[in-house]
Design a protein around this ligand. Structure first.
Ligand SMILES: Nc1nc2c(ncn2[C@@H]2O[C@H](COP(=O)(O)OP(=O)(O)O)[C@@H](O)[C@H]2O)c(=O)[nH]1
Ligand SMILES: [Mg+2]
Ligand SMILES: [Zn+2]
Length: 304
């Protein structure tokens, strides 16, 4: 009855979780599990999956009226664009596999992204069923030596080894394309409409499998866990990071930072550099210091 409706209070605000973004449309998960198509009121803030938002129901969907303060925001940048990955992240998990040319610099960059946003960094070594897996294990040894966990599994057969690492975590899954991210997500989230490359090849050969980030709640992992599948990437720019933050993101450098003769030491041939001394003493791998220098150059905006 229209008379009764006129006296209905305006729909109250509900707190939800942004699970997908597409231009100005957002899929928001409400506590009951309902998925509502929302638009954002105003454009003050670029939303990312993982954002907690206040939603008011409107005809046919919802309106996002406010965004809760973020714990952090994981994003990448280069000279041309910035790309938000997710907000309120507690962990970055990098999926690697033996049968493709693994790019160790990318792995290092994801690690730096994790350290600089107060996230745990975990390496998921996939395709353990392949004979070439032993060689991958050897390539990952330096990362394990830095203290990063390496979780070995075959996503195609059984994703269970990674479950304890996902409990109570808000995880962003990163990886080069073909490493098995979608296979892992499908194994973890049985009803996820994630298309693995086999499916997409059947539908549309040559198209990118995963084109956007998508968030999936992981009730099986326990403790309010969710995981984000990101598009396969070939690069990960960190030009937005502050030089001080960058240096501290290298865990093995932390004992030496602040001990150089010059307070503004760039650890690049200055006399009395504690970092250079640590490299000379074999305590820091030269390629890690070289990466720090490359990232500092990127952050300064000059060519590498
Ligand atoms: N042998 C083996 N192949 C796998 C495994 N996991 C995924 N793959 C295969 O690796 C290819 C790429 O997987 P996909 O999940 O699409 O990778 P994505 O690009 O990272 O999302 C597909 O052919 C998968 O079947 C695994 O544990 N073992
Ligand atoms: Mg994929
Ligand atoms: Zn120095």
């Amino acid at each position: 009855m229209s008379a009764a409706r006129a006296h209905e209070p305006a729909a109250r605000l509900e707190r939800g979780l942004v699970a997908a973004t597409h231009r100005r449309h957002f899929a928001v998960l409400l506590p009951g599990g309902e998925r509502v198509d929302c638009v954002q009121k105003g454009r003050a803030l670029a939303l990312a999956v993982g954002d907690q938002v206040d939603v008011r129901r409107v005809a046919g969907g919802g309106a996002i009226e406010a965004v809760a303060p973020r714990r952090n925001l994981v994003w990448r940048s280069d000279a041309f664009k910035e790309k938000l990955l997710a907000a309120n992240v507690t962990q970055i998990a990098a999926v690697v596999a033996p049968d493709l040319s693994l790019d160790e610099e990318l792995l290092n960059r994801w690690m730096i992204a994790a350290e600089s946003t107060a996230c745990r960094f975990v390496i998921v070594a996939n395709k353990a069923d392949l004979p070439s897996f032993a060689a991958l294990r050897a390539r990952l040894a330096p990362f394990a030596a830095l203290g990063y966990p390496v979780v070995e599994l075959a996503a195609k057969r059984d994703p269970a080894p990674v479950l304890p690492w996902l409990a109570a975590q808000h995880t962003v899954l990163v990886g080069q394309s073909g490493m098995g991210k979608s296979t892992l997500i499908n194994a973890l989230v049985p009803d996820a409409a994630v298309r693995t490359s086999e499916v997409s090849e059947a539908l549309n050969a040559g198209r990118h499998t995963t084109t956007a980030t998508a968030l999936y709640p992981l009730p099986a992992a326990g403790g309010d866990a969710w995981i984000v599948d990101s598009p396969g990437m070939k690069a990960f720019g960190l030009a937005h990071l502050d030089p001080e933050v960058l240096a501290h993101a290298f865990v093995e450098l932390r004992p030496y930072l602040g001990r150089c003769r010059f307070r503004d030491c760039r650890h690049d041939r200055e006399p009395g550099c504690a970092v250079a001394a640590a490299v000379a003493a074999g305590k820091v791998a030269p390629h890690r210091l070289a990466l720090l220098h490359a990232l500092l150059r990127e952050a300064r905006g000059s060519d590498p």
